[in-house]
Design a protein around this ligand. Structure first.
Ligand code: COA
Length: 247
């Protein structure tokens, strides 16, 4: 697993990446961003499900404020965290964020970049950036709106209010709540379901989900056209019709 800012457990069908800067509440600093880019490179060439989580009962208490304070205009324009989170979001296979405890600022934005989010009962998620004199520039202003809708995203980003697990569930920001000690196994159960399906169909579904509105329905037809010719589709449908398991 190593001992950097990102602990990585590799399995054949999934990778578990644990944000790990325990003395800084897993605040996202440059070293963590570098580690995320390296992991994305690996998962782009060898697609697997990614489970993102945090160590010590915290997801991530934000971007590293000590580094943020020193950043200047040119750093903002480079979009250091935004670029990494877009790369996470664009991974070929699904990304599941298992969010325990604090997910604030840049930590919340990393969670927003996941395809699926689940939380623990101790979740505290939100974007207090305006209180620090900055905006939430690593995805919240567009991704949070896509996830929870314009009205709620505006309320949350303009007030900096932090949601607990029940509020996040009602808002649709997370899809389920678990006891902290069961959170990771719940993420694995989701990964198990995904892993039982055809990985190419899963990747194509993610691609279609991410496509802009004006690419539909053309993109759906194009992706489906490829799958309709695939041996795996033939095998899975034949197995169903012959009442055999698809495994
Ligand atoms: N950036 C840098 N360091 C951070 C940090 C962040 N986002 N969040 C926490 N830390 C550091 C603290 O400075 C402290 O370091 P120290 O021990 O060297 O003093 C350490 O992590 C522990 O944090 P502490 O505040 O003592 O823990 P807590 O349990 O009392 O409070 C929080 C937890 C999350 C409520 C609190 O740390 C906090 O408000 N963090 C900042 C949240 C924020 O504004 N995030 C948005 C950034 S864009």
């Amino acid at each position: 697993m190593g001992d950097g800012p990102l602990l990585i457990e590799r399995r054949s069908d999934r990778v578990v990446a644990t944000l790990h800067r325990p003395d800084k509440r897993n605040a996202v600093d440059q070293s963590m961003i570098d580690a995320l880019h390296a992991l994305c490179g690996e998962l782009e060439s060898d697609p697997r499900i990614l489970i993102l989580t945090g160590s010590g009962g915290t997801f991530a208490a934000g971007a590293d404020i000590a580094q943020l304070r020193d950043r200047r205009a040119e750093d903002a324009l480079r979009g250091i965290n935004a670029t990494a989170f877009i790369r996470v979001n664009e991974l070929p296979m699904p990304v599941i964020a298992a969010i325990d405890g604090y997910a604030l600022g840049g930590g919340a934005e990393l969670a927003y970049a996941a395809d699926i989010r689940i939380g623990s009962s101790s979740l505290k998620i939100g974007n207090p950036e305006t209180g620090l004199g900055i905006i939430a520039a690593a995805g919240a202003t567009w991704r949070l709106r896509e996830i929870v809708g314009d009205a709620r995203a505006s309320e949350l980003l303009l007030t900096g209010r932090v949601l607990d697990a029940d509020e996040a569930l009602v808002a649709g920001l997370i899809s389920s709540v678990h006891a902290p000690e069961l959170l990771l196994s719940a993420a694995h159960a989701i990964a198990d379901r995904i892993a039982a399906n055809d990985p190419v169909a899963t990747q194509y579904t993610k691609r279609a989900l991410r496509a802009p509105r004006d690419r539909h329905p053309a993109i759906d037809g194009e992706l489906q056209a490829e799958l309709f010719e695939s041996p795996e589709k033939e095998r899975r449908m034949t197995a169903f019709l012959e009442k055999r398991t698809t495994r």
